[in-house]
Structures are given as structure tokens and as C-alpha cells.
Design a protein around this ligand. Structure first.
Ligand SMILES: *Cc1c(COP(=O)(O)O)cnc(C)c1O
Length: 421
């Protein structure tokens, strides 16, 4: 059975219309496309994560790249979450809501020197190092700044998370992390360097994963390696198991069994030779199903084979369908009783890949009707672009009956602001 609350826990249906908390989405009918976030929904997912890990010393780091809006970061900060970042830009965003980077981890395969320096100067909790060359670069910068760099090493546990190939990150052929063999040499090197402090170990095996098994397999392999380190005299203080928890986008998707994962991880850690603090880095799980995008049907066009709903939002606003062939659930704002038809829901952009949904069964709509596109919180606004010189959409945050603008729609001047005439 379709339950729209799976895609937004704070959704209500009133007068046959979709509301977010107490706000009627029709309020935004002249402002489409628009992203509407719900504070109640964000708190719902924050609490789910907190509860799952409450029986173990766990620190949650929100993965900023899923959605970097500083108003959302503030909500996670207030929940006592830290941040997982992958660029100087993301570190800068965190510094807009926190005094320093003591609750922030810096990950990524290709960190520039200026990025590493910026992280160290602002007291980063740990740099997740992904190669031997990077480790030496971190050492040189730390030495120059006369500041010890706390590091963890991202290992590649070589497990198959059974997800989209673009978001599998721990296959043998993957560019991410290092083998356990390489990691051992890196820890041995770090231990004898005055300006490097090996504090933890990290893996992140991919994204949109529904099975618990690949996480446990990666954890077991990594814990075995942590034992080897201990024998060599290297004791770590944390293990970071990354993010990647699956999110329900389609009525057919399962719900990710977070409690099962948490309990299994906690059981393994409690049995381990010594105490390791647990770090987790969910992004998508915390934010995907807390937001909808509202778009308007501009035109309905039919040919012999197809019916097209041509909308005012395109792949520049909502890139996941074109990029990953991702399914997003879409409903008319008015929960009408019309019969269903099969349509392509497309954008206005000059690309055949510009679609929100293909061959989608939906209750028949009229021109000017509004569509609610669900699961729009993660990897959507953060991947949006100005392609076709379109203005990036407005974002609002709902808190009960209050509406707060958290990003204004771009204007025409924004488009050419950096161009030199
Ligand atoms: C992207 C990323 C995450 C978050 O992944 P989700 O699938 O959004 O949970 C966590 N850690 C690292 C290192 C990442 O690159």
C-alpha cells in the first residue's frame, strides 16, 4: 500500500490537498519550482538516528554534500551532530554555524593543499586521508603550521554494496580509500611522525544501500585490521563506518533497517578487544525525505505514442532522474479522483534526458496543476545548476504553520555576476 508519509513523515492531507505540517502547499502556487523542507520531518530522522545508536558512545556526522544549506546545518548542530565534509566550501559553510571545526571531519580523494591548511588552521577533528601521498602532504602542512594533524585513514574493505555503480565506493576498482596493506604502511609512517596523530579509521562503502550485510562485512574486515594495528602498538580511538543508508524513493523500495544495522554494529564493538568510539556519517538518510519540490504543469502535449506533462522544473533543478535514472514519487497536489494515465513528466530543457519521470502512472492532471515531487531533500538542490541559464529555485523551511525562506530564488543578475564584460 502506498503511504505518502513514507516519503515525508510530516505530510497531512486536508481538503483533498497535500499539506506540509500545517502549511497548504497551494500557498506557493506562484513560486514554482520551489523546495519545501519540514522541520518536523528533519527532527523525525534525527531522532531515529539518535535512538538507534543510544546504547553506544556514538557521534553522528551529517554529510554536508547531501544538502549544504546553512539553515539545515544549524538544525543538525542544535541536535549535537557534527559534520562530514568534502571540500573547503563545505568547511566554510560549517564555519558559518560553528566557531571551529572541532566537530567536523574532512574526507575526499583529492584535497588541495590550501584546503588541508584551512582545515588544520580551524582545528579540524580529523582528516580522513585517502592515499600515502596525501598523508605526506598533510604532514608537511602540519609541520609548517606547527600543529599536530589528527588523522584517520580511509580503507577500502572491498565489499559490494549492491547499489548504483556511480555510488559504489568500495569495489576493488574504486578510486576511494586504500587497501589494508597500504593502510598498515601509512599508520606505521604516521606513528613515527611528530606532526601526525593517527586517531581513527574510516570506511564509506557507497550510497543508497539497503542491505545490512555489506556494512557488517566491512566492519569485520576493518576490526580485524584494527587488531593488527594494536599488535604493532597502534591504538585507535574511533572507528567511522561512513553513511550510505538507503532511503525510500519509490513505493517498491524497502525501508532501511537502521535498528538492525545499529544493533549488529554495537554488538561487534562491545565484543571487540578494546573500546572504540563509533562515528557514523549519514547524509541522504537524514535529509532526503524531509523535503518536496513543487512544480507546475505548463503544458500538456500528446502525440500518437505519448502524453507529456511539461513542467516548470527541469534536470537543472531536479537532476537525479536524468543522472541516475532515479525514481522519485510524484503526486498531483490535489488528490483528485480522476482515472490514471501513463505520462512522461518532463522539464523545459533542451535535452531528451530532461525528465522527472518516464512512463509514469498518475491521476490525470490539467495544465496549470501543481505536482508534488517527493524525496527532494538530498542530492537535489546540492546538485542543481544554472544549465540553460535557469535560475536556481527558492527554498523554504516549514515549522508548524511558519514559513521561513532559507534561500531566495536567484535573479537574472546572479547569472552574469562573475562574468567580465
Ligand atoms: C557522501 C558521503 C557520505 C554520505 O553518504 P550518504 O549516502 O548521503 O549517507 C558519508 N561519508 C563520506 C565520506 C561520503 O563521501
Amino acid at each position: 500500500m502506498l503511504n505518502l508519509k513514507d516519503f515525508l513523515p510530516s505530510l497531512r492531507i486536508k481538503d483533498n490537498k497535500i499539506f506540509v505540517e500545517s502549511v497548504d502547499l497551494e500557498t506557493f502556487k506562484d513560486e514554482t519550482p520551489i523546495f519545501v523542507y519540514s522541520k518536523e520531518a528533519i527532527n523525525f530522522y534525527i531522532n531515529k538516528v539518535k535512538n538507534a545508536f543510544k546504547n553506544y558512545d556514538t557521534k553522528v556526522f551529517y554529510a554536508v554534500k547531501a544538502n549544504p544549506n546553512i539553515n539545515l546545518l544549524k538544525i543538525f548542530r542544535d541536535a549535537d551532530f557534527g559534520f562530514d565534509t568534502v571540500s573547503k566550501g563545505e568547511l566554510f559553510r560549517v564555519l558559518n554555524v560553528e566557531k571551529n571545526l572541532k566537530n567536523t571531519i574532512f574526507s575526499g580523494v583529492g584535497k588541495r593543499k590550501d584546503e588541508i591548511e584551512y582545515a588544520l588552521k580551524n582545528n579540524i577533528l580529523a582528516i580522513n586521508v585517502e592515499s600515502f601521498s596525501e598523508l605526506k602532504t598533510v604532514k608537511n602542512i602540519a609541520e609548517k603550521l606547527k600543529k599536530v594533524a589528527d588523522i584517520s585513514i580511509r580503507v577500502n574493505p572491498e565489499v559490494n554494496p549492491k547499489t548504483h555503480p556511480y555510488i559504489s565506493t568500495a569495489l576493488k576498482k574504486s578510486k576511494f580509500g586504500v587497501s589494508f596493506k597500504e593502510a598498515l604502511e601509512m599508520y606505521m609512517y604516521a606513528r613515527q611522525e611528530k606532526f601526525l596523530n593517527p586517531l581513527g579509521i574510516h570506511f564509506h562503502i557507497g550510497s543508497q544501500i539497503f542491505e545490512v550485510e555489506p556494512f557488517i562485512e566491512a566492519l569485520e574486515k576493518t576490526l580485524n585490521f584494527v587488531k593488527v594495528l594494536k599488535e604493532k602498538g597502534i591504538t585507535l580511538s574511533f572507528i567511522d563506518i561512513g553513511g550510505g543508508w538507503g532511503v525510500k524513493y519509490s513505493p517498491k523500495d524497502k525501508v532501511f533497517p537502521l535498528e538492525v544495522l545499529a544493533n549488529k554494529v554495537i554488538e561487534k564493538l562491545k565484543k571487540f578487544d578494546y573500546f572504540l568510539k563509533l562515528f557514523v556519517e549519514p547524509g541522504r538518510y537524514l535529509i532526503a525525505n524531509t523535503c518536496i519540490m513543487l512544480t507546475k504543469i505548463l503544458y500538456i502535449k500528446k502525440n500518437e505514442e505519448k502524453t507529456f506533462y511539461i513542467c516548470d522544473a527541469g534536470m537543472n533543478d531536479f537532476p537525479r532522474p536524468s543522472l541516475y535514472k532515479a525514481y522519485h514519487h510524484i503526486e498531483p497536489l490535489y488528490q483528485n479522483k480522476n482515472e490514471e494515465e501513463i505520462v512522461d513528466i518532463v522539464g523545459p530543457i533542451c535535452e531528451s534526458g530532461d525528465f522527472l519521470a518516464l512512463d509514469r502512472k498518475i491521476k490525470k492532471c490539467r495544465e496549470e496543476e501543481l505536482l508534488v515531487c517527493f524525496s527532494a531533500g538530498a542530492y537535489t538542490m546540492s546538485m542543481a545548476s544554472n544549465y540553460n541559464s535557469r535560475l536556481r529555485a527558492k527554498e523554504v523551511l516549514i515549522d508548524k504553520d511558519k514559513i521561513k525562506v532559507i534561500r531566495e530564488r536567484e535573479n537574472l543578475e546572479d547569472l552574469i555576476r562573475k562574468e567580465i564584460f
